[in-house]
Design a protein. Sequence first.
Length: 430
Amino acid sequence: MTTRTAYINARLLDPATGLDAPGALLVEGERIADLGPRLFADGVPEGIAVVDCGGHCLAPGLVDLRAHVGEPGFEHNETIATAGRAAAAGGITALAALPNTDPVIDDVAGLEFIARRAREERLVKIFAYAAVTRETAGSQITEFGLLAEAGAVGFTDGLHAVSDALVMRRALSYASAHGQTIFQHPEEPRLASGSMNSGEVATRLGLGGIPAAAEIIMLERDLRLVELTGGRYHAAHISTAEGVEVIRRAKAKGLAVTCDTAPPYFALTEVDVGDYRTFFKLSPPLRGEMDRRAIVAGLADGTIDAVASDHLPHDQDSKRVPFAQAAFGAVGSETLLPLTLELAHKGALPLLRALAAVTCIPAGILGLPELGRLRPGGPADLVLFDAGRPWVVEAEKLRSKSKNTCFDRRPVQGLVLRTVVDGRTVHACA
């Protein structure tokens, strides 16, 4: 017998259609059966389970463009189970896993492993990128056709830029032939050998700097290759003002280009590194205040399409070392929603635009158009949240196996009350 659940007394939010209205939603089995302001106006029929949303926001579950799930090879940092629990607690119902595992996801077996483990855990939906090059070594291109058929949602070397121009040209051409997108970490590796953003703060701390030019040069080169090949290209975690402008010009030319950023780049700056705080060591690095403002402006005008968690868990031994030796990266699944809502609370973005950046837009970029929206017949992937509820991020309470957040002790607004995947509640606030 198909389970039916009515979500009543909700503020329905669907960025894909512009819906923002009080109403109700009916789930039958794994699908949304109906929704709207008049649904259940005369009461809920018998035999239907009822969830009273208490006037809180009911929206599509978040779709995370980029996260590390640990397995295989880095289970000491994260597992598919802990990554799934962290994502569910953050309102994420689907995520795309990067291929930087051990072994690297560069063959069909790797994709099948991720898919099988995600099915076993039955938490959030986990899709996977395939590597652009064998072992992400930057030289030999993988079997794009076979990997696309096996379910890869895109091709990326993840933490590593595809730095060889000829390899990138071939990758864009081959990916285009299979209707796929190349996702690039846009950072010229020889210029990115420092520890934090180049500038006064790095000089004062005596740390090697990573100039904005490392991002800009790689973007400029790649976009010339996009123009040459007609390929589809996505730039990950844009962090600089000029990087935003480069993308803006490419879009004005009509190139098939999208990009994202991550919360640290619109919520923090290089000053937050403070006294060698390694949890703030990120790749790309935190930039200056004018860069931060440009990221917000890029989100507001649509130059930056989406916001990703950039979830990169590390154990304590990787972070509690001198800054120059510390690993890059921070966890971000459980803070993605409140930090994105911060843009709406501050008036930088309308609420629906902020939610679109973490729902329907990333779903579209990944070629998963069913996800990230509320529509009859679509999957019942939902997040119920209290947009105004204040809380404080506490690293030790995060569900992720690793606790390396750069937002520890930060006051935020927006608490996930319930996360639903295919009609199943996978997280509920105690």
